[in-house]
Design a protein around this ligand. Structure first.
Ligand code: NI
Length: 136
């Protein structure tokens, strides 16, 4: 089994806000991410698939095919968008990096053939990232 990772980058705005809390509590919990006029992040997305190497190509999966899929299914929808308002697969989901990574997993997993999705790693800042391995 070999693991192949493709990195993509995109920029998007969001707001983290729990409607059951007042503004002070939202600010306390979510900090700058609760800013009522939105704010942005420069996200780095690492998608790792796993599988056996093809004897004809030596590839687990063609990395260009993986890149094209990530662009079509994820990047084209989220880049320079508002994650709370613009993205079909995030409707009704609080766009924390954790929830976002899980949603990306579910979007990509249904399109992969011949390999398994192993990990979605999503960097929100230089110092914060989450990893999701498909567990509930
Ligand atoms: Ni934020």
């Amino acid at each position: 089994m070999v693991y192949l990772t493709r990195r993509e980058r995109f920029n998007a705005a969001h707001k983290l806000y729990n409607p059951h809390w007042d503004e002070a509590k939202n600010k306390e919990i979510f900090g700058k991410c609760a800013n009522k006029n939105w704010h942005g992040h420069n996200y780095h997305l690492y998608v790792t698939v796993k599988g056996k190497t093809d004897p004809n190509t030596g590839f687990v999966m063609n990395a260009k095919t993986l890149s094209d899929l990530i662009k079509r299914v994820v990047i084209d929808k989220v880049d320079h968008s508002n994650l709370n308002l613009d993205v079909d697969f995030l409707q009704g989901i609080l766009p924390s990096t954790e929830n976002f990574a899980k949603a990306i997993w579910h979007e990509l997993a249904k399109h992969l053939v011949g390999v398994e999705l192993h990990c979605i790693r999503l960097h929100e800042t230089e110092n914060i990232y989450v990893e999701y391995f498909g567990e509930v």
